[in-house]
Design a protein around this ligand. Structure first.
Ligand code: NI
Length: 261
């Protein structure tokens, strides 16, 4: 059977050890099911090298390199120069990420540390002229403030969880809104309102695999072909065809990175 969609997953973590048992099979399966592009996003120090390696092993896997706010203590000058080295030697590294602020977990690094590391990596993106993948959990105001300090940097606000007003601010700054499986959850209200309001040419779809699996696979290990459920949900919210959503989000990502996949 021909695949219904050409799927780009703009945020996944296939370096995660939950795929250690069957990574090869999962990646083969999602390709068979129409996934033609994955942006694997690094999070901690070890995942930077793992992500770089995955981009070498698989044609359809590309990478974003950076340190997640929960691992902000991992960031230092040595890590920074490693990221620069990979960016300069590997054309498949497309972005700096995931970076940002996460005030949800009490055990996370101090807010000041997270903010410093976020600023350093925004600066790195600016210097390397690359887009960023931003993680923002319970830190909307501070995230926006730092985004505004770097007006030439563009990117994705991944797994968007803010209000309609916040999404408008992000779009105004030239950012794209990353929509995960949360939009398919029965109690989803905020993200549904955001999807309704944000112009189609500003939306992206992503799994955040292995997390955030959409209905009907909620709670399971997520994988990129499940994005079809997100595409169909956006189509329903926006009252347009799912084909149109699929083509628009893929075009949006290519516009962000300035090249065809
Ligand atoms: Ni993520």
């Amino acid at each position: 059977m021909e695949n219904k969609y050409v799927i780009f997953d703009t945020h996944a973590h296939y370096d995660s050890d939950v795929f250690d048992e069957d990574r090869i099979e999962v990646l083969k399966e999602i390709q068979k099911n129409g996934v033609t592009f994955v942006l694997n996003c690094a999070s901690d120090y070890a995942s930077i090298e793992k992500t770089n390696k995955l981009t070498k092993e698989y044609d359809f896997i590309y990478g974003a390199l950076g340190i997640h706010p929960s691992d902000a203590n991992d960031f230092n000058d040595k890590v920074k120069s490693e990221i620069i080295k990979y960016v300069k030697s590997n054309k498949k590294i497309l972005a700096i990420g995931e970076i940002g602020l996460d005030y949800y977990w009490e055990e996370n690094p101090l807010r000041e540390v997270q903010q410093d590391v976020f600023r350093s990596q925004m600066n790195l993106a600016k210097k390397l002229n690359l887009p960023v993948v931003i993680h923002d959990r319970d830190a909307h105001a501070d995230t926006l403030e730092i985004m505004k300090e770097f007006p030439t940097v563009k990117g994705i606000v991944h797994c968007f969880s803010g209000s309609v007003e916040f999404s408008r601010e992000c779009v105004k700054l030239g950012y794209y809104i990353g929509v995960t499986g949360v939009v398919t959850f029965k109690n989803a209200k905020k993200i549904v309102d955001v999807v309704k309001d944000v112009p189609l040419d500003r939306l992206l779809v992503e799994t955040d695999s292995p997390y955030m699996a959409p209905v009907p696979n909620r709670g399971k290990r997520n994988k990129s072909d499940y994005i079809s459920q997100i595409i169909e949900q956006i189509a329903q919210i926006k009252q347009i065809s799912s084909k149109e959503v699929n083509m628009a989000v893929n075009g949006n990502f290519e516009r962000l990175i300035g090249r065809k996949i």
